[in-house]
Write a protein that binds this ligand. Structure first.
Ligand code: SAM
Length: 292
């Protein structure tokens, strides 16, 4: 493949007379080595569906469309739609482009509709994207919690977010994102990406991460587990038991919460970042078996 993404990007920006929009987190990836490494990490096959969130000018899309996988492109910026359709006119049978906010969409329904339209069942659904950083966390939560059909996530995020994903407990980085990823699968930082790999250069260093969804735990009430995790960290500096009470977790009184902690031999002084995932799961199982 011989693609010169820097000159292509400059040419498109000039031709359509547009500038990157800060409010949509537009930092276009221009480093061909990085682009091709992202595709390698995704390990794509012809039965995979790729969902690219925020194709922008199509720099990563150009690489994705060279593979045998079908692409579902979701872009919020209407100015990008004609650009993408012009750029990939010869590949139009290989992609579907939706002009919408990804957070507003039901991805499982869209995948099902696409399977019907194409009369094929995808083996794996993989999100491959250079994410808009202003909404990285809500996008990752959506992909992990709400979109059952997604198997793998390979995305560029800011380095700090990548570090939070794989943090160890008792560190400042350990939090909701860490626990959610640990519960839902296996997260890995694949490689670090310099600011100069983008036009315009962002203020922060980036990293490509992969999350392979694979559940190792069988929890009777996942919704309650997610709620427990979120509310435990809602007041991070406070003791976990107080944070849960202040945020009215499961409508439980302080006494009821203390009873659960006592039964599970969890110290009342513990803070949310000190507990491993297994303890969060035990709390849910206890609450459910005791009908609390
Ligand atoms: N994929 C391109 C690349 O690598 O050069 C652009 C990546 S840029 C960091 C993020 C892209 O996400 C932009 O094209 C932006 O317009 C788009 N975007 C921002 N918010 C979005 C949202 N809520 N839903 C879908 N796309 C969004």
């Amino acid at each position: 493949m011989n693609i010169n993404t820097i000159s292509k990007t400059k040419e498109i920006l000039r031709k359509y007379d547009i500038k990157a929009k800060k409010r949509f987190g537009q930092n276009f990836l221009i480093d061909d080595n990085i682009l091709s490494n992202i595709v390698n990490v995704a390990n794509l096959s012809s039965n995979d569906l790729i969902i690219e969130i925020g194709p922008g000018l199509g720099n990563l899309t150009e690489y994705l469309l060279q593979t045998d996988s079908y692409c579902l492109l979701i872009e919020i910026d209407k100015n990008m739609i004609d650009i993408l359709n012009d750029r990939f006119e010869l590949k139009k049978e290989k992609y579907t482009l939706i002009n919408n906010d990804v957070l507003e969409l039901n991805l499982d329904e869209i995948v099902e509709d696409l399977e019907k339209k194409l009369n094929k069942k995808f083996e794996k659904v993989k999100v491959v994207a250079n994410l808009p950083y202003y909404i990285t966390t809500p996008i990752i939560f959506k992909l992990l919690q709400d979109s059952k059909k997604i198997n793998d996530i390979i995305v560029m995020v800011q380095k700090e977010v990548a570090e939070r994903m794989v943090a160890k407990n008792n560190t400042k980085d350990y939090g909701i994102l860490t626990l959610m990823i640990e519960y839902m699968g296996i997260g890995k930082i694949e490689f670090i990406v310099d600011k100069n790999s983008f036009i315009p250069a962002p203020d922060v260093t980036s990293a490509v991460i992969s999350i392979h969804k694979q559940k190792r735990f069988n929890v009777c009430d996942e919704k309650l587990l997610f709620n427990l995790i979120h509310l435990s960290f809602a007041n991070r500096r406070k003791k976990m038991i107080n944070s849960l009470q202040m945020n009215n977790f499961n409508n439980m009184t302080k006494k009821e919460l203390e009873n659960v902690f006592t039964a599970l031999k969890i110290d009342f002084n513990v803070r949310a970042e000190q507990l491993p995932l297994e303890s969060y799961i035990k709390i849910i199982e206890y609450i459910k078996t005791e009908h609390l």
